[in-house]
Design a protein around this ligand. Structure first.
Ligand SMILES: Nc1ncnc2c1ncn2[C@@H]1O[C@H](COP(=O)(O)OP(=O)(O)OP(=O)(O)O)[C@@H](O)[C@H]1O
Ligand SMILES: [Mg+2]
Length: 381
């Protein structure tokens, strides 16, 4: 580990976070929905991946696959959408890949409809990692979204909760770090929160949650936390006595969990969105030379159909651009209604842009995956 830097910086303020503490300690990232938790977890993951450190991300909402844009990280899914389809029986294989193969993994359970299936899969995989780490003692980072589901403040912990407590208490000696993420600090087992070595507090507004902030960070923070911007947070660490107000940077890779951005679509299509869409249409990665083997493959035909459809859409877009805009006369008495309608349309446009970005992200990753498979097929011919 000679080349591993001692610290990383993920905030606009150049605050150094010690890599060893992050990798093998216990962390907690909290804040209300949309406050920036997953972004913060992602920027930490990006920096650790940049250094080549191993990790497993338990992804409940299918929002971390964007990391594949830049990093070699396995997207394990419970259907055929990812790089590898997995179920509880693959736990040992996944743990082996992670610890012996040094393969960073996103364990994406978002496609399970029944939450108990997801819990079973996570339990089996984490148990296997914890067991193997007893002998291996490799620094390894675990990131778990929605940790209140498994470590609730009220009620008994299930098997996964007990395992997470065990990892939190005994993981460090085995090299195993754990970072839990939750929207509701009041709903998370306080034994876990108070044992954490580093905590990130994004915006919180519910009284029960701000009460937790009052107890742990003080009255001023409990008041100020309600007005934090997205990505802003109070950072509390064992290695620094003071509580700092910081701005986390945005993730470099695709934000698959992005909140629809209303301002980006207000007043017509923005430059960046337009180029995003054009990029999506270009999809360079999909320019697969169809070999005779590939011709016969249904996936290849599907790609060709998509490319054809993309050309059609490009032409339609060009035609739409050249069409003159109709002149609209609005009676002053209808101004209120028109403004409401415009607001509704803007929100709809924003939602459509969000969906398009998300589909674009998936399409690009599928295209990259298909290209790899074609290359492998061609080589084996
Ligand atoms: N550091 C940041 N700087 C600027 N904007 C940010 C930052 N972090 C997040 N955002 C904005 O907030 C949105 C929501 O962020 P994120 O998905 O991380 O929220 P979250 O807290 O994980 O929400 P949820 O609980 O619903 O999963 C992002 O799509 C982005 O638009
Ligand atoms: Mg999130």
């Amino acid at each position: 580990m000679a080349d591993v830097p001692e610290s990383i910086v993920v905030t606009e303020e150049p605050i150094e976070l010690p890599v060893a503490e992050l990798l093998t300690g216990r962390g907690f990232i909290t804040g209300k929905s949309g406050s920036g938790k997953s972004n913060t977890a992602s920027v930490i993951a990006e920096e650790l991946l940049e250094i080549g450190l191993p990790m497993l991300i338990v992804d409940t909402d299918g929002e971390y696959y964007g990391l594949q844009e830049r990093y070699e990280i396995l997207h394990a899914t419970t259907d055929e959408q990812g790089d590898m389809e997995v179920g509880p029986d693959d736990a040992e294989r996944l743990a082996g890949l992670a610890l012996d193969g040094n393969v960073p993994i996103i364990l994406d359970i978002s496609t399970y409809v029944d939450p108990s299936e997801g819990t079973e899969l996570i339990t089996r995989v984490l148990r296997e990692i914890f067991r193997m780490e007893d002998a291996r003692r490799k620094p390894f980072f675990l990131l778990v979204e929605e940790i209140h589901e498994y470590l609730p403040e009220q009620g008994a912990h299930g098997k996964l909760g007990e395992l997470l407590i065990q990892i939190a208490k005994r993981g460090r000696k085995r090299g195993l770090g754990l970072c839990g993420i939750s929207q509701r600090p009041a709903a998370v087992d306080k034994d876990f929160i108070t044992q954490c070595d580093w905590l990130v507090w994004h915006r919180l507004t519910w009284k029960n949650d701000t009460n937790v902030v009052r107890q742990l960070l003080g009255a001023d923070a409990a008041k100020d936390i309600q007005d934090l911007d997205n990505g802003e947070a109070f950072l509390m660490t064992d290695w620094n006595d003071s509580i700092e107000r910081v701005h986390f940077r945005r993730k470099r890779t695709l934000d698959a969990g992005a909140t629809p951005d209303i301002e980006a679509v207000a007043g017509g299509p923005s430059e960046s969105l337009e180029s995003d869409v054009l990029d999506a249409i270009a999809i360079e990665d999909m320019e697969v030379e169809p070999s005779s083997t590939a011709q016969a493959d249904p996936k290849s035909r599907q790609i060709q159909r998509l490319q054809h459809r993309i050309s059609e859409l490009e032409s339609e877009l060009e035609r739409a651009r050249q069409e003159p805009q109709p002149e609209v006369h609005i009676e002053p008495s209808h101004n209120g209604e028109v403004s409401q309608l415009a607001k509704g349309l803007t929100e709809l446009g924003s939602l459509a842009a969000h969906t398009a970005r998300s589909i674009y992200g998936r399409a690009r990753l599928t295209a990259v995956g298909l290209r790899r498979r074609f290359a492998a097929n061609d080589q084996s011919q």
